[in-house]
Design a protein around this ligand. Structure first.
Ligand SMILES: O=C(O)CCC(=O)C(=O)O
Ligand SMILES: [Fe+2]
Length: 315
């Protein structure tokens, strides 16, 4: 496969059972082969998308000393600002050429969990920043819930199988700024090759060149979305849970050609996580003689901690 298939979530949400089943089959097949789809018909409207880009551009343009105020020690970068070069892909020593922000879950019906998650960080200089971030978070979460319902059906589970695991899940909205490149980057890239940690990722901002996905032949293919599409991929948690029936595909963000070094890239992934207690143990119906169990039993919380350590975000 040398392109990313496109699907429309409206087909799934429609009351037409034929269209609904077609969506399930299309996304399931795409995730068994390339692990990515471009998705139309999501719940983000244009105004919200514009507002979010404005807010995050304004944030990243703040003076470094202001941004540093929002870099919180001791929480593995799980909320607030993470400065340039701090995160490196698993197994790589050079930091990625990016800075980013993390919005986390908004819990209002479970005091114990509200206590467990770090608080979201308020940006004082930008009065609309947190409101817009929260709205985008919740619309992406809603979109992800339907995508997971389709995948549950594809996996012969109850349609609402994931609903309880993702309610109040430990998901993260990560606006990323890849600044202009000002000196020879040597081995450093905007985002080195990696697989995502979480269940699924919904990515805003894949409209320009930069994001590349490795197909099963090992070739890098460009992943470019239409203006109204989100790029949505399988992460390692879902790949483990399905015994790699659904593929968490390695992807990267390459540096632009030298004549475009002066331009920034902004992208905004939403990493859909379940609650920490969810068991990622391989589903029985994904084990067979030809595909024996490939992964040890582990919870989502344990798996996340293991990976944050490998990324250099916790010690
Ligand atoms: O910036 C992008 O387009 C992709 C970023 C990404 O893959 C990630 O943050 O996991
Ligand atoms: Fe990624």
């Amino acid at each position: 496969m040398n392109h990313i298939p496109s699907v429309n979530l409206k087909d799934f949400i429609s009351n037409d059972p034929v269209k609904k089943q077609q969506f399930v089959d299309q996304i399931g097949k795409a995730y068994e082969e390339i692990g990515f789809v471009a998705l139309k018909g999501h719940f983000l409207d244009d105004q919200l998308v514009d507002n979010l880009y404005n807010e995050i551009k304004n944030f990243f343009e703040l003076p470094l000393e202001t941004k540093h105020k929002y870099e919180i020690e001791g929480i593995g970068g799980q909320r607030g600002y993470v400065s340039f070069g701090k995160e490196s892909a698993k197994g790589k020593k050079e930091g990625d050429l990016k800075e980013f922000w993390h919005f986390g879950q908004y819990v209002d019906d479970n005091p114990a969990l509200a206590e467990e998650y770090p608080d979201n960080v308020e940006v004082k200089e930008l009065p609309e920043f947190n409101k817009v971030g929260k709205e985008a978070y919740q619309m992406l979460e809603k979109t992800a819930k339907y995508v997971l319902r389709a995948l549950a059906l594809y996996l012969d589970l109850e349609e609402t199988y994931f609903d309880n695991y993702i309610h109040n899940g430990n998901s993260i909205l990560r606006p990323i700024h890849y600044p202009p490149i000002t000196q020879e980057p040597k081995d450093a890239v905007r985002a080195a090759a990696h697989g995502d940690i979480n269940l699924i990722t919904l990515l805003m901002g894949a409209q320009g060149k930069g994001l590349q996905v490795q197909n099963h032949k090992g070739e890098w293919i460009d992943a470019i979305a239409e203006p109204d599409e989100l790029m949505i991929n399988v992460g390692d948690m879902l790949s483990r849970h399905t015994n790699n029936k659904l593929k968490s595909t390695i992807h990267r963000v390459v540096n632009p050609p030298k004549e475009s070094w002066g331009t920034s890239r902004y992208s905004i992934p939403f990493f859909m996580h379940p609650v920490s207690e969810m068991k990622l143990d391989v589903l029985d119906n994904c084990i067979s003689e030809t595909n024996p169990k490939q992964f040890e039993d582990i919870t989502a919380g344990e798996f996340l901690n293991e990976r944050l350590r490998e990324l250099g975000l916790i010690k």
